[in-house]
Design a protein around this ligand. Structure first.
Ligand SMILES: [Zn+2]
Length: 390
């Protein structure tokens, strides 16, 4: 019999058994998890996801090396879907629940074969057997996420790209990685932290400022990884006459992934008025602003940023019937009065900049945290220390 182990690609980023045991022994309060899988358990049960994580984390370590310290990932059962934990002074583990990863795959695959998205990517459209008319965006998203059987309607379709799913996951992993690289976990365990957490209000504002930094880093890392992959692996194989079209398609796909990450995290959230991180739409606006800046500085066409949002909104409108039904700011961020005093939702710049203004307090807090965090920095770059919103 051939030795199967020898043909398996090496998984070097999964947490070694002793760290898994440590994470387990530290209890639920530490990881939030009921169970932490060892590498062998995870590989035998969730092989595809293990390889995907291995890939993403290798890319991240190349992009933002951590010094000192090592970063691993491990899969968990129960607890929060994604979390970075410091297991030893210089050993970190990104804990992820494979069920949550599966939900991300379901959401991104199902949406791609619906109306507007199917048309944009020229995939076969598979309309749902269920009627979503009049439903809220988040309720539809949850329905898709938690009813895998509805997704089987579409799994036979050729041409669903994994780029959207991988980008969503990459964004989420990059966010957790930023908490490690930017020293957030070290800061939380330091004496300096106390100064910023004297009251509940202070504690929440500090947490939100750290989340804002992790988000900003996650956007730039996801962008850098996907652009690099395209340049090195994909573009050289594309015939010259298709380069423009396929570049546009590829960029739109990874931006869709980041856009959907916001809806996905919102769908998994228990509390929709979060205290410890900014509201979903404010985070989304932060993502767009960071990406517009990065795109401009690198001479990359940034129209895709808005195209991705619109494509997501249009796909949900396609299901629900009207943008006003969706009750979600990523689809309509502003209410206007029409006719007999009826309020109608629309998407405009005023709504966008009003949300951006909500990051002002976090921006001020960030300016104070910046010099302290600089001491704990293990890799990458902190978001710039200006007190204005991103
Ligand atoms: Zn976070």
């Amino acid at each position: 019999m051939p030795d199967e182990k020898a043909t398996e690609p090496h998984i070097s980023n999964y947490a070694p058994d002793e760290l898994v045991t440590k994470a387990m022994n530290a209890g639920r309060g530490f990881s939030g998890a009921v169970h932490v899988y060892t590498r062998d358990e995870a590989s035998s049960k969730f092989d595809y996801f293990v390889r995907l994580f291995e890939h993403i984390l290798s890319g991240l370590k190349w992009l933002l090396p951590i010094e000192p310290g090592s970063v691993y990932f491990a899969f968990v059962g129960g607890g929060v879907p994604f979390r970075a934990a410091r297991v030893e002074r210089d050993a970190f583990v990104i804990l992820a629940d494979p069920r949550a990863i599966n939900y991300a795959m379901i959401l991104t695959s199902r949406l791609q074969v619906l109306g507007p998205m199917a048309r944009r990517f020229k995939t076969e459209s598979v309309e749902p057997t269920k009627d979503y008319s009049g439903m809220y965006l988040l309720d539809i998203a949850k329905d898709l996420i938690f009813h895998e059987e509805l997704v089987r309607e579409s799994t036979e379709v050729n041409g669903i790209t994994t780029n959207v799913f991988v980008s969503l996951l990459c964004y989420v992993v990059c966010h957790e990685y930023a908490h490690i690289a930017h020293g957030h976990l070290d800061f939380r365990l330091s004496d300096d932290f106390r100064e910023f957490t004297a009251t509940q209000q202070n504690r929440e504002l500090t947490a939100r400022a750290l989340e804002m930094d992790a988000d900003a880093s996650a956007v730039t890392s996801t962008f850098a990884l996907f652009e690099h992959l395209f340049l090195v692996d994909i573009k050289p194989r594309i015939p010259a006459e298709l380069v423009e079209e396929l570049t546009a398609q590829y960029r739109l796909q990874y931006l869709l992934g980041i856009t959907l990450a916001h809806l996905y995290l919102d769908s998994l959230a228990v509390d929709h008025v979060p205290k410890y991180h900014p509201m979903t739409y404010v985070r989304f606006v932060g993502f767009q602003m960071v990406l517009l800046k990065v795109g401009e500085s690198q001479g990359i066409d940034t129209d895709f940023v808005e195209e991705a949002r619109k494509l997501v909104a249009d796909t949900f409108v396609h299901l629900s019937g009207d943008v006003s039904n969706l009750h979600h700011p990523i689809a309509a961020n502003f209410l206007v009065q029409e006719g007999e005093g009826e309020l109608v939702g629309e998407y405009n710049e005023l709504g966008f900049y009003s949300a951006a203004a909500q990051l002002e307090d976090e921006g001020r807090r960030w300016a104070r945290l910046y010099p302290i965090l600089a001491k704990f920095l293990r890799g990458g770059r902190l978001a710039p220390p200006y007190a204005d919103p991103l």
